[in-house]
Design a protein around this ligand. Structure first.
Ligand code: PGA
Length: 250
Protein backbone atom coordinates (compact mmCIF):
# COMPACT_ATOMS: atom_id res chain seq x y z
CA UNK A 1 0.00 0.00 0.00
CA UNK A 2 1.22 3.46 -0.90
CA UNK A 3 -0.26 6.50 0.86
CA UNK A 4 0.23 9.88 -0.78
CA UNK A 5 -0.63 12.97 1.19
CA UNK A 6 -1.89 16.19 -0.34
CA UNK A 7 -2.29 19.54 1.41
CA UNK A 8 -5.82 20.13 0.11
CA UNK A 9 -8.61 18.92 -2.18
CA UNK A 10 -7.19 20.49 -5.32
CA UNK A 11 -3.80 18.93 -4.78
CA UNK A 12 -5.40 15.55 -3.94
CA UNK A 13 -7.37 15.75 -7.19
CA UNK A 14 -4.27 16.64 -9.18
CA UNK A 15 -2.17 13.82 -7.73
CA UNK A 16 -4.90 11.25 -8.34
CA UNK A 17 -5.50 12.56 -11.87
CA UNK A 18 -1.77 12.20 -12.52
CA UNK A 19 -1.95 8.49 -11.72
CA UNK A 20 -4.93 8.04 -14.06
CA UNK A 21 -3.41 10.04 -16.90
CA UNK A 22 -0.11 8.14 -16.58
CA UNK A 23 -2.09 4.90 -16.89
CA UNK A 24 -3.84 6.13 -20.05
CA UNK A 25 -0.68 7.58 -21.62
CA UNK A 26 1.28 4.36 -21.03
CA UNK A 27 -1.64 2.07 -21.92
CA UNK A 28 -4.07 3.90 -24.23
CA UNK A 29 -6.46 0.93 -24.31
CA UNK A 30 -6.83 0.85 -20.53
CA UNK A 31 -10.02 -0.22 -18.80
CA UNK A 32 -10.76 2.35 -16.10
CA UNK A 33 -13.08 1.54 -13.21
CA UNK A 34 -14.76 4.82 -12.30
CA UNK A 35 -16.57 6.18 -9.26
CA UNK A 36 -19.16 8.84 -8.50
CA UNK A 37 -19.75 10.91 -5.35
CA UNK A 38 -18.38 14.30 -4.44
CA UNK A 39 -14.74 13.25 -3.93
CA UNK A 40 -13.77 12.37 -7.54
CA UNK A 41 -15.31 15.49 -9.14
CA UNK A 42 -11.99 17.37 -8.90
CA UNK A 43 -10.11 14.40 -10.38
CA UNK A 44 -12.41 14.47 -13.42
CA UNK A 45 -12.05 18.26 -13.72
CA UNK A 46 -8.26 17.94 -13.75
CA UNK A 47 -8.34 15.18 -16.37
CA UNK A 48 -10.67 17.28 -18.55
CA UNK A 49 -8.23 20.18 -18.30
CA UNK A 50 -5.30 18.02 -19.38
CA UNK A 51 -7.37 16.48 -22.17
CA UNK A 52 -8.22 19.98 -23.48
CA UNK A 53 -4.54 20.88 -23.45
CA UNK A 54 -3.83 17.80 -25.56
CA UNK A 55 -1.89 15.98 -22.85
CA UNK A 56 -4.06 12.88 -22.62
CA UNK A 57 -6.19 11.00 -25.15
CA UNK A 58 -9.14 8.87 -24.05
CA UNK A 59 -10.20 7.66 -27.51
CA UNK A 60 -9.20 4.03 -26.90
CA UNK A 61 -10.13 3.86 -23.21
CA UNK A 62 -13.03 1.75 -21.91
CA UNK A 63 -14.71 2.45 -18.59
CA UNK A 64 -16.89 0.58 -16.14
CA UNK A 65 -18.62 2.41 -13.32
CA UNK A 66 -19.10 0.99 -9.88
CA UNK A 67 -22.83 1.45 -9.42
CA UNK A 68 -26.19 2.90 -10.39
CA UNK A 69 -29.51 3.56 -8.64
CA UNK A 70 -32.29 1.17 -9.49
CA UNK A 71 -35.25 2.89 -11.14
CA UNK A 72 -33.49 6.04 -12.37
CA UNK A 73 -33.18 6.70 -16.08
CA UNK A 74 -29.87 7.84 -17.58
CA UNK A 75 -31.45 11.27 -18.08
CA UNK A 76 -32.41 11.65 -14.41
CA UNK A 77 -30.16 14.30 -12.89
CA UNK A 78 -29.45 12.07 -9.86
CA UNK A 79 -28.51 8.98 -11.86
CA UNK A 80 -24.86 8.02 -11.94
CA UNK A 81 -24.95 7.79 -15.75
CA UNK A 82 -26.01 11.44 -15.80
CA UNK A 83 -23.25 12.30 -13.31
CA UNK A 84 -20.59 10.59 -15.42
CA UNK A 85 -21.74 12.18 -18.66
CA UNK A 86 -21.97 15.68 -17.24
CA UNK A 87 -18.89 15.56 -14.98
CA UNK A 88 -16.55 13.71 -17.32
CA UNK A 89 -17.52 11.85 -20.49
CA UNK A 90 -19.14 14.79 -22.32
CA UNK A 91 -15.93 16.80 -21.95
CA UNK A 92 -13.36 14.27 -23.20
CA UNK A 93 -13.02 12.09 -26.29
CA UNK A 94 -13.94 8.71 -24.82
CA UNK A 95 -16.50 7.14 -27.20
CA UNK A 96 -19.75 6.92 -25.19
CA UNK A 97 -20.21 3.34 -26.39
CA UNK A 98 -16.96 2.47 -24.57
CA UNK A 99 -18.45 3.62 -21.25
CA UNK A 100 -20.42 1.29 -19.02
CA UNK A 101 -22.73 2.05 -16.11
CA UNK A 102 -25.23 -0.54 -14.81
CA UNK A 103 -28.68 -0.04 -16.34
CA UNK A 104 -30.91 1.15 -13.51
CA UNK A 105 -34.03 0.54 -15.59
CA UNK A 106 -33.28 -3.08 -16.58
CA UNK A 107 -36.53 -5.05 -16.09
CA UNK A 108 -34.66 -8.14 -14.83
CA UNK A 109 -32.14 -6.99 -12.26
CA UNK A 110 -30.45 -10.39 -11.88
CA UNK A 111 -29.89 -10.56 -15.62
CA UNK A 112 -28.50 -7.01 -15.58
CA UNK A 113 -26.01 -7.96 -12.84
CA UNK A 114 -24.82 -11.00 -14.83
CA UNK A 115 -24.60 -8.85 -17.99
CA UNK A 116 -22.44 -6.35 -16.13
CA UNK A 117 -20.09 -9.07 -14.88
CA UNK A 118 -19.76 -10.24 -18.50
CA UNK A 119 -18.99 -6.71 -19.67
CA UNK A 120 -16.13 -6.54 -17.15
CA UNK A 121 -14.95 -10.04 -18.07
CA UNK A 122 -15.09 -9.38 -21.83
CA UNK A 123 -12.97 -6.26 -21.36
CA UNK A 124 -10.35 -8.42 -19.66
CA UNK A 125 -10.95 -6.95 -16.21
CA UNK A 126 -10.20 -3.51 -14.82
CA UNK A 127 -6.72 -2.05 -15.15
CA UNK A 128 -7.16 0.84 -12.70
CA UNK A 129 -10.10 1.22 -10.33
CA UNK A 130 -10.82 4.64 -8.85
CA UNK A 131 -12.65 4.49 -5.51
CA UNK A 132 -14.13 6.93 -3.03
CA UNK A 133 -14.93 5.80 0.50
CA UNK A 134 -18.20 6.26 2.36
CA UNK A 135 -18.38 7.21 6.03
CA UNK A 136 -19.36 3.61 6.81
CA UNK A 137 -16.36 2.31 4.89
CA UNK A 138 -18.49 1.36 1.92
CA UNK A 139 -16.94 1.09 -1.53
CA UNK A 140 -19.33 1.27 -4.45
CA UNK A 141 -22.61 0.44 -2.73
CA UNK A 142 -21.09 -2.45 -0.80
CA UNK A 143 -22.35 -1.56 2.65
CA UNK A 144 -21.03 -3.01 5.94
CA UNK A 145 -21.56 -6.72 6.53
CA UNK A 146 -21.95 -7.75 2.92
CA UNK A 147 -19.94 -10.77 1.80
CA UNK A 148 -16.52 -10.02 0.37
CA UNK A 149 -16.97 -12.54 -2.44
CA UNK A 150 -19.94 -10.93 -4.21
CA UNK A 151 -19.90 -10.01 -7.88
CA UNK A 152 -22.33 -7.42 -9.31
CA UNK A 153 -25.54 -7.46 -7.29
CA UNK A 154 -28.57 -5.47 -6.24
CA UNK A 155 -28.48 -3.88 -2.77
CA UNK A 156 -31.26 -2.51 -0.62
CA UNK A 157 -30.10 0.94 0.41
CA UNK A 158 -29.75 1.65 4.10
CA UNK A 159 -32.43 3.90 5.60
CA UNK A 160 -29.67 6.42 6.37
CA UNK A 161 -28.72 6.59 2.67
CA UNK A 162 -32.36 6.90 1.54
CA UNK A 163 -32.95 9.74 4.00
CA UNK A 164 -29.74 11.49 2.94
CA UNK A 165 -30.72 11.23 -0.73
CA UNK A 166 -34.26 12.48 -0.19
CA UNK A 167 -33.11 16.10 -0.44
CA UNK A 168 -32.49 15.58 -4.15
CA UNK A 169 -36.05 14.38 -4.91
CA UNK A 170 -39.49 15.98 -4.83
CA UNK A 171 -41.19 13.13 -2.99
CA UNK A 172 -40.03 10.18 -0.85
CA UNK A 173 -41.56 7.82 -3.43
CA UNK A 174 -39.05 8.97 -6.02
CA UNK A 175 -36.00 8.30 -3.82
CA UNK A 176 -34.30 5.08 -4.97
CA UNK A 177 -34.51 2.23 -2.46
CA UNK A 178 -32.18 -0.11 -4.34
CA UNK A 179 -28.96 0.13 -6.32
CA UNK A 180 -26.90 -2.14 -8.54
CA UNK A 181 -23.25 -2.32 -7.51
CA UNK A 182 -20.11 -4.04 -8.60
CA UNK A 183 -19.16 -6.42 -5.79
CA UNK A 184 -16.02 -6.42 -3.69
CA UNK A 185 -14.73 -9.40 -5.64
CA UNK A 186 -14.67 -7.50 -8.96
CA UNK A 187 -13.13 -4.46 -7.27
CA UNK A 188 -10.38 -6.61 -5.73
CA UNK A 189 -9.66 -8.19 -9.13
CA UNK A 190 -8.71 -4.78 -10.57
CA UNK A 191 -4.99 -4.71 -11.35
CA UNK A 192 -4.49 -1.39 -9.58
CA UNK A 193 -6.69 0.47 -7.11
CA UNK A 194 -6.62 4.21 -6.48
CA UNK A 195 -8.58 5.34 -3.42
CA UNK A 196 -9.25 9.05 -2.95
CA UNK A 197 -10.47 10.70 0.26
CA UNK A 198 -10.70 14.23 1.54
CA UNK A 199 -11.99 16.07 4.56
CA UNK A 200 -11.97 15.55 8.32
CA UNK A 201 -15.12 13.43 8.26
CA UNK A 202 -13.18 10.64 6.51
CA UNK A 203 -10.25 10.58 8.97
CA UNK A 204 -11.53 7.82 11.27
CA UNK A 205 -12.89 5.54 8.59
CA UNK A 206 -9.76 5.93 6.48
CA UNK A 207 -7.58 4.84 9.40
CA UNK A 208 -9.87 1.93 10.29
CA UNK A 209 -10.01 0.83 6.65
CA UNK A 210 -6.26 0.92 6.08
CA UNK A 211 -4.98 -0.24 9.49
CA UNK A 212 -7.88 -1.81 11.37
CA UNK A 213 -9.02 -5.43 11.27
CA UNK A 214 -10.05 -6.76 7.87
CA UNK A 215 -13.75 -7.34 8.33
CA UNK A 216 -16.99 -7.07 6.31
CA UNK A 217 -18.08 -4.57 9.00
CA UNK A 218 -15.67 -2.15 7.26
CA UNK A 219 -15.90 -3.09 3.56
CA UNK A 220 -12.90 -0.97 2.50
CA UNK A 221 -10.66 -2.89 4.96
CA UNK A 222 -10.38 -5.66 2.35
CA UNK A 223 -8.28 -3.26 0.29
CA UNK A 224 -5.38 -3.99 2.68
CA UNK A 225 -5.06 -7.32 0.87
CA UNK A 226 -4.75 -5.78 -2.59
CA UNK A 227 -1.19 -5.83 -3.90
CA UNK A 228 -1.34 -2.54 -5.81
CA UNK A 229 -3.30 -0.04 -3.72
CA UNK A 230 -2.53 3.69 -3.81
CA UNK A 231 -4.34 6.04 -1.46
CA UNK A 232 -4.33 9.75 -2.25
CA UNK A 233 -5.84 11.81 0.54
CA UNK A 234 -5.68 15.30 1.91
CA UNK A 235 -4.15 16.05 5.31
CA UNK A 236 -7.57 16.34 7.00
CA UNK A 237 -8.55 12.85 5.88
CA UNK A 238 -5.11 11.55 6.92
CA UNK A 239 -5.22 13.07 10.41
CA UNK A 240 -5.65 9.77 12.31
CA UNK A 241 -3.28 7.85 10.04
CA UNK A 242 -0.66 10.55 10.60
CA UNK A 243 -1.23 10.38 14.37
CA UNK A 244 -1.03 6.59 14.65
CA UNK A 245 1.10 5.43 11.69
CA UNK A 246 3.08 8.45 10.44
CA UNK A 247 5.70 6.19 8.85
CA UNK A 248 3.06 4.80 6.47
CA UNK A 249 2.66 8.10 4.63
CA UNK A 250 5.04 8.36 1.68
P1 PGA B 1 -18.39 11.10 -1.31
O1 PGA B 1 -18.91 9.60 -1.34
O2 PGA B 1 -17.25 11.15 -2.29
O3 PGA B 1 -19.56 11.90 -1.78
O4 PGA B 1 -17.95 11.37 0.08
C1 PGA B 1 -17.98 8.59 -1.25
C2 PGA B 1 -18.67 7.26 -1.36
O5 PGA B 1 -19.77 7.12 -0.79
O6 PGA B 1 -18.12 6.38 -2.00
Amino acid sequence: MKIISAPDYQSMSRKAANIISAQVILFPRSVLGLATGSTPVGVYQQLIEWYKKGDVDFSAVHSVNLDEYRGLSPEHSESYRFYMNTNFFNHINIPLQNTNVPNGLAPDVEEECRRYDHVIGDLGGIDLQLLGIGHTGHIGFNEPDEDFDKTTHCVKLKEQTIQANSRFFKTMDEVPKYAITMGIKAIMQAKKILLVANGASKADILYRSLFGPITPAVPASILQLHNDLTVVADEEALRVVREKCPEAIG
